[in-house]
Design a protein around this ligand. Structure first.
Ligand SMILES: C[S@@+](CC[C@H](N)C(=O)[O-])C[C@H]1O[C@@H](n2cnc3c(N)ncnc32)[C@H](O)[C@@H]1O
Length: 283
């Protein structure tokens, strides 16, 4: 196991994933009732963009870095404001020295009544995450295998909330595993908002994943994909996608607006391409 998210923190895929996460939590936060977040592959929580790993790839520069000083339409700024707040919160001196991982995006948006469960199996990364959420009584960091956590912790007692499944994709069969995990999680918790992240590199694997999820017949499953350029380069990370089960009814339209505005800033060809649509017709 040698995946280290620090190399990729704040890249285009992180930015889109975390904007989606922030939009969903902003929506869940409209009702007073508590919600639960289960982040099955949580990572370190906080990333130093001046650190060796981030500097070595520089991926964040064409991700979060590309959105720092751009003037986006007011409507788009309003939609990404929760994500911007999470980024600003880890940069108290202004500028962009750090980037928040999914746990800190969630912790920023969660209210006192909400509960956060973070699974991370790599000890050093888990220690960093523990330090990043230290003193936050709402958050629990667990050494539990994220795939097993889906069986152990769903449905949560709050009966509302979100699961993020964001595995490293460093082993074969990860797409099938992700599809099975999503389908199993939905079986256990029909009403939960389930978010699964995947890379767009091996397009046949992506298609097979989409077919497997679609065949399961889960209603209300949204696909949000972004390609870095209109023309894909084979065998290179050319984009990233998210499947969202039970998204807030506003999410598809919101993300269309957001990606139309931020896509050209993240793209390698100045345009990029996004696809947002239902895997099954809405019931
Ligand atoms: C893609 S990163 C997570 C990024 C994070 N969700 C974010 O958005 O900031 C995947 C993480 O999963 C961890 N990991 C790998 N296998 C795991 C498993 N079976 N259960 C839980 N965590 C795992 C890795 O150590 C890595 O930190």
């Amino acid at each position: 196991m040698n995946y280290r998210h620090a190399f990729h923190a704040g890249n285009f895929a992180d930015v889109i994933k975390h904007i989606v996460l922030a939009r969903i939590l902003a929506y869940l936060g409209r009702k007073d009732a508590a919600y639960r977040v289960l982040d099955t592959h949580a990572g370190a929580g906080l990333y130093d963009l001046g650190g060796e790993e981030a500097q070595r790839t520089g991926e964040w520069e064409s991700g979060v870095g590309a959105l720092m000083d751009v003037a986006l339409p007011a409507e788009v700024e309003a939609l990404i404001a929760p994500w911007r707040e999470a980024v600003a919160a880890v940069n108290p001196g202004g500028g962009l020295a750090h980037y928040p991982g999914s746990p800190l995006v969630a912790a920023r948006l969660a209210r006192p009544q909400d509960r956060l469960l973070f699974c991370e199996t790599v000890a050093g990364v888990r220690e960093a995450l523990g330090a990043a959420v230290k003193g936050d009584g709402r958050a629990k960091v667990l050494p539990t295998d994220g795939w097993q956590a889906l069986a152990a912790y769903l449905p949560p007692k709050e009966r509302r909330g979100l699961v993020l499944i964001d595995p490293p994709f460093e082993e074969g069969g990860e797409f099938h595993r992700l599809a099975e995990a999503l389908i199993g999680a939905h079986r256990r918790w029909e009403g939960g908002v389930l978010v699964a992240w995947y890379p767009i590199k091996d397009i046949r694997a992506v298609d097979a994943f989409r077919r497997e999820v679609t065949r399961a017949g889960i209603p209300k499953t949204l696909r949000i994909e972004f390609d870095l350029a209109e023309t894909r380069q084979a065998d290179r990370l050319s984009g990233a996608g998210l499947v969202v089960v039970n998204p807030p009814f506003t999410l598809a339209e919101e993300m269309r607006t957001v990606l139309q505005a931020i896509g050209p800033h993240l793209a390698t060809d100045g345009r990029g391409r996004s696809r947002i649509g239902w895997l099954m017709p809405e019931r």
